[in-house]
Design a protein around this ligand. Structure first.
Ligand SMILES: Nc1nc2c(c(=O)[nH]1)N[C@H]1C(S)=C(S)[C@@H](COP(=O)(O)O)O[C@H]1N2
Ligand SMILES: [Mo]
Length: 328
């Protein structure tokens, strides 16, 4: 019997006909084109990065993170051990104790995941997390990480500059701020604490957000972000207190007004909009002039805190002429 072949069916492959293996191969080819030019990636890292959920194997790229040359984006200070950076977290949606997120955040579902771009942009849109992940080559940067509670860590993050993504969003000239809105889903966050104005949100002036130091992170320690560290996408702002670095982002909102931010709403005396690390401006309840490193030193806080957490060369000019005691 002669099979009649329909041309239209023949040429239009429905996505449901594609096997996972084919989809995987397709993803792999895309990755090669998009990040093949990144000289820092080893062939093995590149090959392993084709696995959608684990873009680097921990061993290979952890080594790469370690070999990243110290420079503007990378400190040579000792890295905080992975186990500490993933078991001493603030992610209140999963509990307010430092050990809660590692225990509870397994209920966070990171695929499928979309990110909305809203407000004063040329074209409001919704993007798939994997589109964002593939948009620019992933770099490793080792940043100091300073919490407002006067502890610090040194963490290798994997991502690309937030400015790259903001350029992609094409904010209108009227946009002066960007707000970061994070996931709120009581089903995934059964222990969501009361008394907070969820969802957690943060924000920056647009020129701060465009500073190349501001990182859009998808991974840390050469592997995909653990849920408790803000999977599948977060901000990292090493010159500001940790709470500005919002985790598990679902929306970027561009606006001409300074956005409301979670901690500022809770206690504006303690947590300002800017929240730059500043050893000269104390928290009302403790000094910010010293800190302790989570891996090595217990109390007392013996490490002197640096202005802008040591990144003054790169960011101080953003605040020229501002009274930083007033705009804390
Ligand atoms: N969505 C969300 N993002 C958040 C927080 C939070 O509670 N919820 N805590 C912030 C605080 S206070 C800090 S210090 C950092 C901690 O990041 P880490 O756990 O990866 O070290 O995340 C910030 N981002
Ligand atoms: Mo923090």
């Amino acid at each position: 019997m002669l099979l009649r072949r329909s041309h239209s069916l023949d040429s239009a492959i429905r996505s449901s006909d594609i096997t996972p293996q084919e989809a995987f191969e397709r993803y792999r080819r895309q990755r090669r084109v998009l990040i093949g030019g990144a000289a820092t990636l080893t062939a093995r890292a590149l090959a392993a990065s084709y696995i959608p959920d684990v873009f680097f194997p921990s061993t290979t790229v952890h080594a790469q993170a370690l070999s990243t040359a110290p420079g503007k984006y990378t400190t040579s200070e000792n890295q905080t051990p992975f186990a500490k950076a993933t078991h001493y977290n603030n992610f209140y949606e999963f509990g307010t104790d430092k050990s809660d997120p590692a225990r509870n955040a397994h209920t966070l579902k990171t695929r499928p995941w979309t990110v909305q771009v809203t407000g004063m942009v040329k074209k409001p849109q919704t993007l798939d997390i994997d589109t964002l992940l593939k948009y620019r080559p992933i770099e490793s940067r080792i940043y100091r990480h300073r919490c407002v509670e006067a502890w610090s860590m040194v963490i290798p993050w994997d991502g690309y500059s937030l400015s790259e993504f903001i350029n992609y969003c094409e904010p209108l000239p009227s946009a002066k701020y960007v707000q970061f809105v994070t996931l709120l889903d009581k089903k995934q966050m059964p222990d969501l604490p009361g008394g907070y104005d969820w969802p957690y949100s943060e924000g920056l002036r647009l020129d701060e957000a465009m500073n190349p130091l501001a990182l859009l992170a998808f991974g840390c320690y050469g592997q995909v972000l653990p849920n408790q560290n803000g999977a599948p996408i977060r901000i990292v702002l090493p010159w500001k207190y940790g709470f500005k670095s919002a985790k598990s982002l679902v929306r970027f909102h561009f606006t001409d007004k300074q956005p409301k931010t979670t901690w500022n709403e809770i206690s504006s005396q303690e947590y300002g909009f800017y929240s730059n690390v500043n050893p000269q401006v104390d928290h009302p309840r403790w000094t910010q002039s010293r800190e302790r490193r989570i891996d090595s030193s217990a109390f007392p806080r013996t490490i002197p805190t640096q202005m802008f957490n040591g990144y003054a060369d790169q960011v101080a000019s953003l605040y020229n002429g501002m009274n930083l005691k007033r705009y804390y």
